[in-house]
Design a protein around this ligand. Structure first.
Ligand code: ADP
Ligand code: MG
Ligand code: ZN
Length: 616
């Protein structure tokens, strides 16, 4: 309907313009026929009967209509009407003056121009609307499809830190960025360097976009957003020119946030493409790097990018002055989930029987987006039963529905699985902590990672070691085995969850013997010919440069190292059984624990001093 109305308006305007141009040109034609000189001549020859002056008294100009004695009628424009009048009166010509009304003056001289301006504006808006596909009125398309970035002003972003639940540390870290955007001068005066680029890494739906928007909202600055895939086009050079445009726009609106979603689409490792390394994506990436290097330290543009695959990114984007700050955004823990649920329940009527804490407990592995979806489905379910509030039953029913989708991405885990994972990770973590040359533990988590792991224990290497010692390698093996041993000690059955650990332990043990010469029996001989083999012929041309006998001694040695480490790990864990229970319990309660909480479990238990293992 609206479109139709606009079209009719457009046609009518066009008609008016044609008419006004035509009338203007036709009156100009008659003007050319009769000039002021003709008039002087006619007056002198006494051919003029009377004249009719039509004038707007605001201006000296006017139209003169001349009635000749022979009955003809001529007209011309005079630059000074009063002169004409004087001459006519001198020669006794009748003069009729007529004040032209403002409106007719308006219609003849201003109106056509107004029409033209209106038409241009109309065409502009039609064009923009067709470009943005009828999207919301608050979306302004920059440069008509050149950069494709969507700019939202601060009040249109509509998100603040309040909308971002959990992610406390991340928000804390980003507060200075907000402050900088609010008042860049304060930082520039002190010569402080604010990061130009912030890279957010995390699984989809964990709130990366939300966080970027919230920063723009908090700082009240414009927010440019574009997806990495928008840069990647069929035609070479388009991506690069879009990047250029985007940054040109951003500079005009600084301070502002530029958010590049799915940056992996452009910033994939260079030279890995099929086209010999000179493809479109590479050009786009180069342009992005050039732009990021190009704008000054504190020019007020902060580029935020999101990805869920940091490992495939070109390392060049992480150099200083580019994306030099990295923020990891993981799946939320219980407390985080409860807070996210609260945010998404706040605008919905909830019955008293709804226990969000319990919902949070049973949704391990859910992302913020999954939880938002859960609450939304619950509202839909309640509405379908003609209820005006959401009860626990709605949430339970939706949980099954939403959970199936989530299961594909991570896994909805049972309580028993959770308990096993808690003990498994606690086993690793305790050994990391108690052994002298590994650890310390930075985080222990039993939140499913979405890449198949049920949990993880992350050490924080404190020292920058040039060499790895024999003792360290043994300790790594002990730590790797700790997960499985903890499972054995507590449960009457073991899981397949330790396969990666076992592989890692075996790998270390093999390297010790075949590469590093740590075995007395086999001496300092390299039995490892992996390096000489090109990966293509690996299985086809496997050549052993040593005898069957040696092979079996290698196998036996590997076995004995692993067995000894196993015993060692078991002894330590049995000795610290109470801590194992306490750690597992804490993990079950919080799902993710940090270094301080974890170390608090140990009281005055000392680190093990020696872990000498006899390798003979
Ligand atoms: P990502 O960009 O990481 O894929 P989004 O920021 O697009 O995720 O999140 C999708 C939706 O999930 C958000 O619009 C919001 O409704 C919800 N959400 C995700 N994380 C949070 C959070 N921490 N707090 C509140 N809502 C969240
Ligand atoms: Mg996103
Ligand atoms: Zn493990």
């Amino acid at each position: 309907m609206r479109k139709h109305g606009g079209l009719i308006f457009y046609i009518v305007l066009l008609g008016i313009i044609i008419w006004s141009v035509w009338t203007a040109s036709s009156s100009r034609n008659s003007l050319e026929k009769y000039t002021i000189n003709d008039f002087y001549a006619d007056v002198n020859d006494e051919k003029v009967d009377k004249i009719y002056i039509s004038q707007d008294s605001h201006v000296p100009t006017g139209e003169i209509i001349v009635y000749l004695k022979d009955g003809n009628e001529e007209s011309f424009y005079a630059s000074d009407v009063s002169k004409i009048q004087d001459i006519a009166l001198e020669k006794n010509v009748t003069v009729i003056t007529d004040e032209v009304s403002d409106s007719s003056w308006f219609f003849t001289s201003v109106f056509p121009y107004l029409c033209m301006v209106a038409v241009i504006i109309l065409m502009f808006t039609i064009f923009i609307r067709s470009q943005s596909g009828g999207g919301g009125t608050n979306q302004k398309l920059m440069n008509f499809g050149r950069s494709r970035a969507i700019r939202k002003n601060a009040d249109e972003v509509g998100k603040t830190f309040k909308d971002v639940a959990g992610l406390q540390e991340e928000k804390e870290e980003l507060k200075e960025v907000v402050d900088f955007l609010k008042n860049p001068a304060k930082y520039t005066a002190l010569g402080a360097r604010i990061p130009k680029g912030i890279l957010m890494e995390g699984p989809p739906g964990t709130g990366k976009t939300l966080l970027a928007k919230a920063i723009a909202g908090e700082a009240k600055v414009p927010f440019f957003s574009i997806s990495g895939s928008d840069f990647v086009e069929m035609f070479v050079g388009v991506g690069a020119s879009r990047v250029r445009d985007l940054f040109a726009d951003a500079k005009a609106y600084a301070p502002c946030i530029v958010f590049i979603d799915e940056i992996d689409a452009v910033a994939r490792r260079r030279g890995a493409g099929m086209g010999g390394g000179h493809d479109e994506r590479e050009q786009t990436l180069n342009q992005l790097l050039v732009e990021m290097d190009g704008f000054g330290e504190n020019s007020g543009i902060i580029v935020m990018a999101a990805t869920n695959r940091v490992d495939i990114l070109d390392p060049a984007i992480m150099r200083p002055g580019r994306f030099d700050r990295k923020i990891l955004i993981g799946r939320p823990d219980v407390k985080g989930r409860q807070e996210i649920l609260k945010v998404h329940a706040s605008n919905k009527p909830i019955a008293e029987d709804v226990d969000l804490e319990q919902v949070a407990r049973s949704t391990a592995g859910f992302t913020g987006a999954d939880l938002e979806n859960l609450m939304n489905e619950s509202a839909i379910h309640a509405a379908s039963e003609n209820r005006s509030f959401i009860n626990m039953e709605d949430i339970k029913k939706s949980f099954i529905k939403v959970g199936i989708g989530v299961e594909k991405k991570s896994r909805v885990i049972s309580d028993r699985e959770k308990r096993i994972t808690a003990y498994h990770e606690a086993g690793h973590a305790i050994l990391f902590h108690l052994l002298p040359d590994v650890g310390p533990v930075y985080t222990v988590s039993i939140i499913p990672t979405g890449q198949g792991a049920a949990g993880y224990t992350m050490p924080l290497p404190e020292k920058d070691n040039m060499f790895i010692t024999k003792g360290m390698m043994l300790q790594e093996i002990i730590v790797s085995l700790g997960g499985r041993i903890a499972e054995e000690l507590i449960f009457d059955d073991v899981t397949t969850g330790a396969s990666q650990d076992i592989k890692q332990a075996t790998g270390y043990a093999r390297a010790m013997i075949t590469k590093y010469g740590f075995s007395k029996n086999l001496g300092m001989v390299n039995y490892d010919n992996d390096e000489e083999e090109v990966f293509i012929g690996r299985d086809l041309a496997h050549q052993r440069s040593f005898s069957e006998n040696t092979q079996s001694s290698i196998d036996a040695e590997i076995r004995s190292i692993v067995d000894e480490c196993y015993d060692r790990a078991k002894t330590i864990l049995v000795e610290n059984m109470e801590i194992l229970h306490a750690c597992a319990a804490l993990l079950l309660e919080k799902e993710r624990i940090g270094r301080d909480e974890f170390e608090g479990l140990f009281g005055d238990v000392k680190k093990q001093t020696v872990t000498e293992i006899n390798l003979d």
